[in-house]
Design a protein around this ligand. Structure first.
Ligand code: SF4
Length: 223
């Protein structure tokens, strides 16, 4: 596990993409990115992210916006329920938390539209807490690397989250980098369509990659 972690950290520092939401630790800006990234590609989100934050740069400004203003800013991004939830969340944070997003993942997870992943993502990407954030990319990498035969049921998911928690470094900044890195690996190397094991930095520590390493040019598809 230590070697896997070290490899992710080193690879991400060299090859991680420079994305707008990776340049900030503002909890609100991190949250907006996470909500937009749900079910939407990175390239599409980058078209909307800055415009949204320019129009509504703070939780308070979003809370003060009208539903039609929020909807107009979200227009074209799809899944409008996300915008409604984000708006409701902003109003709740203003009334319940004095405009400050909570640091505690459990408290975050009580807010509208915030599930376990998003709560972990805000905690680690904004507050640099050593907590896991398992989205579909991270889930795929952990399963292939550590639990290749684990079923996609409640017990299997719990196992993946537990492993993710053990992998996250204890130091905050390293936790931020690791969580970004494992997510990035799932987005560009270990994708749902193809596992590019020959060019993957964690291959020597990955159960699936080692197995595939017996055939150097092999690409694993669809697992
Ligand atoms: S070695 Fe292959 S299966 Fe393992 S994490 Fe890398 S790309 Fe995915």
């Amino acid at each position: 596990m230590l070697d896997f972690r070290r490899r992710i950290l080193r690879w991400f520092r060299r090859h991680g993409r420079d994305l707008p939401w990776r340049r900030t630790r503002d909890p609100y800006a991190v949250l907006v990115a996470e909500v937009m990234l749900q079910q939407t590609q990175v390239s599409r989100v980058t078209e909307y992210y800055d415009t949204f934050l320019t129009a509504c740069p703070t939780v308070d400004s979003l809370a003060a916006a009208t539903p039609s203003q929020v909807r107009a800013l979200w227009h074209g991004l799809g899944y409008y329920r996300r915008a409604n939830n984000l708006h409701a969340l902003a109003r709740e944070v203003v009334t319940q938390y004095d405009g400050q997003l909570p640091r505690d993942p459990a408290a975050l997870a009580t807010l509208p539209g915030v599930g376990r992943y998003t709560a972990g993502a805000v905690a680690t990407f904004a507050y640099e807490q050593a907590v896991p954030a398992v989205d579909t990319n991270v889930d795929r990498v952990i399963r292939r690397a550590f639990h290749p035969r684990t079923p996609h049921d409640a017990a299997g998911n719990a196992r993946v989250w537990k492993t993710a928690g053990r992998l996250v470094p204890r130091r905050g900044r390293a936790a931020w980098t690791f969580n970004q890195g494992i997510m990035e690996l799932g987005a560009i190397r270990c994708t749902a369509r193809m596992a590019d094991c020959p060019h993957c930095p964690v291959r020597p520590t990955c159960a699936t990659g080692r197995r595939k390493g017996e055939r150097p040019s092999d690409m694993l598809a669809g697992t």
